[in-house]
Each structure stands twice: as structure tokens, then as C-alpha cells.
Design a binder for this molecule. Structure first.
Ligand code: DCC
Length: 183
């Protein structure tokens, strides 16, 4: 990890930004699976994360708000973990969708994954203010899991890295309404 502490994401801010109206992975989760605090489109109190395919990998952009601070000027690590988590779940879901021969925009919903393991390395303090960019790629795609590596950048500087194991959501987690203890 030490060798990457100075890593930069070379393209300038704004690179890879999806066109207006582009479909996000989270737009295509089934309604029952769209309540997640981080990325559920039906959760009005959530972060509302959106993940897009940019031709080479996945990208999620989020600008933390003042309440997301750890100490003045820096982002709370739990928020960083949430960004990496939901971004990685979307990346895994999209990989499964692609493996099934689908592309975003197809009528079939994107399959939903849950987090089996979330490992985050905080490489340097993340400044509070700039838009954060998370990029991910699938490093292992098996019958029952996907392993995703994601990197979080601020102002083009690598601040955190995650390795996440995603497993298709078990049937017991489907069909619950908010307030029933699952979602
Ligand atoms: C309406 C509401 C909808 C809800 C819809 C979901 C909303 C998602 C929201 C975003 C993400 C979240 O916050 S999800 C919330 C946080 N996560 C959870 O609550 C999940 C709780 N855990 C579980 O339910 C379970 O442990 C599972 C489903 C993750 C795994 O069950 P399992 O029975 O162990 O599955 P299994 O088939 O044996 O394992 C599949 C593969 O994953 C690997 N694997 C399993 N666990 C781990 C692990 N901790 N670390 C590494 N690898 C693991 C296994 O080795 C295996 O690899 P191989 O042998 O195939 O190589």
C-alpha cells in the first residue's frame, strides 16, 4: 500500500462525467432493493449515490456535505466506507448483469448484491469540499460472489482504497417493506 500513497488519477476533474440523463446502476435496481441508505433511489434521507459505466469501469461521484466531517476540513471515514461499499455493490451488480448478456437500459432489473466483506484502507486524509470520485473494477467474478476493488479520489489524489466481497442478495432479504427491519 505504501507505494501507492502518492498515486494520482491523471485525468482532470470532470473527465468521464456521464451525459445528462444517463442511466445509473441504481436506477435499475428492482423497487424492493432500492431503499439502501447509501444508494436507494426510494430513500429520501439517503445519500442517493449513482454509479455509471464509463466505458472502462465504474464511477460514482459525490460531494460530501458539511455534516459529513470528521474534523473541520476532512471527511468522516464512515462516509468514505459507505461510498466504497455502495459503489462496489453497484460494480458487482453491473458485472453480473453484463455476464447475463444485458446492458444498462435493458428492461430487466439489475441484480442486487449484499456486502459480505468490506475492507477499507485510508491512505491519506480526505479533504472536505471537493467532489469525491470513486472508481471500481471487478477482480474476481465467481458463481456466488464478485470481488471488487475501488479507489476514492479527491482532487485527483488517491485517498482511500477498498476491497469488497459482494454476494447476490439472499431471498430472505427480498420483499420486505421499510420498517419491517430489513432494507
Ligand atoms: C428488500 C431488502 C433487500 C435488501 C437488498 C440489499 C441492499 C444492499 C445494500 C448495499 C449493501 C449493504 O449494505 S448490505 C448490508 C450489509 N450486509 C449484510 O447484512 C449481509 C449479511 N450476511 C449475509 O447475509 C451472508 O453472510 C451472505 C449472504 C453475505 C453470505 O452468505 P453465505 O451463506 O456465506 O453465502 P455463500 O454462498 O456461502 O458464499 C458465497 C461466496 O462468498 C464468500 N463469502 C461469504 N461471506 C464472506 C465474507 N465475510 N468474506 C469473504 N468472503 C465471503 C464465500 O466464501 C463464497 O465464496 P466462493 O466459495 O463462492 O468462492
Amino acid at each position: 500500500m505504501t507505494a501507492d500513497r502518492g498515486a494520482q488519477h491523471p485525468p482532470a476533474a470532470g473527465e468521464g462525467r456521464p451525459p445528462a440523463g444517463a442511466i445509473a446502476v441504481q436506477d435499475r435496481y428492482a423497487d424492493d432493493f432500492a431503499w439502501c441508505y447509501g444508494c436507494g433511489r426510494h430513500n429520501p434521507a439517503g445519500l442517493g449515490l449513482k454509479t455509471h459505466w464509463d466505458g472502462e469501469g465504474t464511477v460514482t461521484r459525490f460531494r460530501p456535505r458539511p455534516e459529513h466531517m470528521a474534523v473541520p476540513g476532512y471527511v468522516y471515514g464512515g462516509l468514505i466506507a459507505s461510498l466504497i461499499d455502495c459503489h462496489s455493490m453497484a460494480t458487482a451488480s453491473l458485472a453480473l448483469y453484463h455476464r447475463d448478456g444485458h446492458r444498462l437500459g435493458d428492461p430487466e432489473p439489475v441484480p442486487r448484491c449484499v456486502t459480505a466483506s468490506l475492507q477499507v484502507d485510508y491512505l491519506r486524509p480526505t479533504p472536505l469540499g471537493p467532489e469525491l470520485v470513486v472508481r471500481g473494477r471487478v477482480v474476481e467474478l465467481g458463481a456466488r460472489k464478485a470481488v471488487v476493488e475501488s479507489e476514492l479520489y479527491a482532487n485527483g489524489v488517491l485517498c482511500a482504497r477498498g476491497r469488497v466481497v459482494a454476494v447476490p442478495a439472499p431471498p430472505t432479504m427480498t420483499g420486505a417493506s421499510p420498517g419491517q427491519g430489513e432494507g
